[in-house]
Design a protein around this ligand. Structure first.
Ligand SMILES: Cc1cc2nc3c(=O)[nH]c(=O)nc-3n(C[C@H](O)[C@H](O)[C@H](O)COP(=O)(O)OP(=O)(O)OC[C@H]3O[C@@H](n4cnc5c(N)ncnc54)[C@H](O)[C@@H]3O)c2cc1C
Length: 300
């Protein structure tokens, strides 16, 4: 096992922010992921499983412990069931974009709804990845297509669970509480014409480029706050006058105020300060509590 020391984490997050991990390992298979977790547990090291770093803010002082960068990507597609579904089984470090490309070619529908979202399968199950349906009238969740999932429990045992285990909600799953680790997952995909899937992918990418700030994959973590029933968080930030507001090297996007953008030199602290400011102002002026969708990792 090749463990590195003192590795800067900014390069591994979409915010482009984050101090060093005391210890760092990149794992390329499910077995390596199991070994790395076991190593951390036997050595009493705190550890963190890192996907694409697209939903987290890592503190400027970094992470005390072992960061396990999950690059386990093997996957297979098995034949159709009587219901016309194919089953894709994948290791948890595969990215949604890898899987979209492959399933689109094979005429299998399910992942295309998440086109343009940076995510590994582990991160997607952690947060119940979601996006609007093709008619934009409802929300499609990754939890809708999940079959069996292999996890490591807190006690180190490996178990296969089904989607009910996850108690999926909007931006949530049981993983927030249990800290189980996803090793691999299967998904049920429907047969669809590759052209229709391709069109959905294209429509989703166009929607994103129209609504989201440019270079969001390299300067943000997507939406910072959860939406509150009937109120989009971006609108609330706009209403309290913070759209475009800047602290240090970070600001609320002019295009979509629920995105905080790293202008190039932002510190985690700048982002934290913007978050606190928005929460305070929205509470004071509108009486509503903004909660973050992103998680804070490490020391600030
Ligand atoms: C430009 C942009 C657009 C976005 N748009 C959307 C959107 O439309 N919809 C949406 O839902 N999200 C969106 N997001 C947020 C983000 O893409 C998702 O939350 C995504 O699922 C994060 O995956 P990740 O692999 O980067 O996870 P990370 O950010 O690396 O990790 C997130 C959490 O998951 C845990 N985790 C990761 N892998 C595992 C594993 N194998 N087992 C257990 N826990 C694990 C981590 O420990 C961490 O707690 C967007 C982000 C960006 C930057």
């Amino acid at each position: 096992m090749e463990i590195q020391e003192n590795v800067p984490l900014a390069q591994y997050t979409t915010f482009g922010i984050g101090g060093p991990a005391d210890f760092f390992i990149a794992v390329g298979s499910k077995d390596q992921l199991i070994d790395a977790v076991e190593y951390a547990r036997t050595n009493n090291l705190r550890f963190f499983i890192l996907g694409l770093g697209a939903n987290i803010l890592i503190g400027d002082k970094g992470f005390r412990g072992l960061v396990i960068k999950n690059e386990s990507k093997n996957h297979t597609i098995s034949g159709f069931t009587k219901q016309g579904e194919a089953v894709l089984t994948t290791e948890s470090g595969a990215t949604v974009s890898d899987l979209i490309e492959e399933t689109q070619k094979s005429g299998l529908s399910g992942f295309e709804h998440f086109a343009g979202i940076p995510s590994t399968i582990g991160g997607a199950l952690w947060q119940n990845l979601h996006f609007l349906s093709p008619d934009r009238k409802s929300t499609v969740f990754i939890g809708d297509i999940v079959g069996n999932v292999e996890i490591i429990l807190a006690n180190g045992n490996i178990r296969s669970v089904d989607k009910n285990y996850f108690q999926f909600g909007y931006d949530s799953s049981i993983l927030h509480k249990t800290k189980d680790i996803v090793l691999s997952a299967s998904f049920k995909l429907k047969k669809e014409s590759p052209e229709i899937i391709k069109e959905r992918v294209q429509n989703n990418l166009t929607w994103r480029s129209e609504k989201h700030p440019e270079y969001a994959w390299r300067s943000s973590a997507g939406s910072v706050f959860k939406k509150i029933e009937n109120f989009g968080a971006g609108r609330l930030i706009e209403q309290v006058g913070l759209k475009g507001y800047q602290i240090g090297g970070a600001k609320f996007s002019e295009k979509h105020a629920n995105f905080i953008i790293n202008l190039g030199s932002a510190k985690a602290r700048d982002i934290r300060d913007l978050i606190t400011l928005a929460q305070t102002k929205v509470k004071e002026k509108l009486g509503l509590e903004l909660q973050t969708e992103i998680s804070f990792v490490g020391e600030f």
